[in-house]
Design a protein around this ligand. Structure first.
Ligand code: 5GP
Ligand code: ZN
Length: 114
C-alpha cells in the first residue's frame, strides 16, 4: 500500500524508532506514547486490520503474539506486566489502517479503557 505510513516504516522509507525487527515483523516506538513504554508491532506485509486475517495468513496471529512476548521481554516490561491492544475499525479506535498491536508497559494500567 503506497500511501500507508506503517508500510513506509516497514520498508525504512519513513523514520521510526525501531526496537525489534525480524523477517516478518517490525516493532517501533509510538510517536505519541501513552505509557513509558509504548511500542507498535506490525507485520511488514500490509493487512488493513485484524479482520483481514484468515486462513491465507496461517498462524500469523500466533506469531504476532509470540513476537510481542519477545519484544516485551527485550524492553524489560515482561516482569511487571504489560498490556497488548489491537484496535479494530471505527468503534475500536483504529486510526492507522495497517494491522498493529500496541504493547504498553512501564506503569500500572487501569481498566476499563476509555
Ligand atoms: P490506532 O489508533 O490505529 O490503534 O493506533 C495508531 C497509533 O499509531 C497511535 O497510537 C499513533 O500515535 C501512532 N502513530 C501514528 N502515526 C505514527 C507515525 O508516523 N509514527 C509512529 N511511530 N507512530 C504513529
Ligand atoms: Zn500498510
Amino acid at each position: 500500500m503506497s500511501d500507508c505510513i506503517f508500510c513506509k516504516i516497514a520498508t525504512h522509507e519513513m523514520n521510526a524508532q525501531i526496537v525489534y525487527e525480524d523477517e516478518e515483523f517490525l516493532a517501533f516506538r509510538d510517536i505519541k506514547p501513552a505509557a513509558p513504554v509504548h511500542v507498535l508491532l506490525i507485520p511488514k506485509k500490509h493487512l488493513d486490520s485484524l479482520l483481514s486475517l484468515g486462513a491465507q495468513q496461517g498462524d500469523l496471529a500466533a506469531r504476532l503474539l509470540l513476537a510481542a512476548i519477545k519484544v516485551a521481554r527485550q524492553l524489560g516490561i515482561a516482569g511487571d506486566g504489560f498490556r497488548t491492544v489491537i484496535n479494530t475499525g471505527d468503534n475500536g479506535g483504529q486510526t492507522v489502517h495497517h494491522l498493529h498491536l500496541h504493547l504498553l508497559g512501564g506503569r500500572f494500567m487501569t481498566w476499563p479503557p476509555g
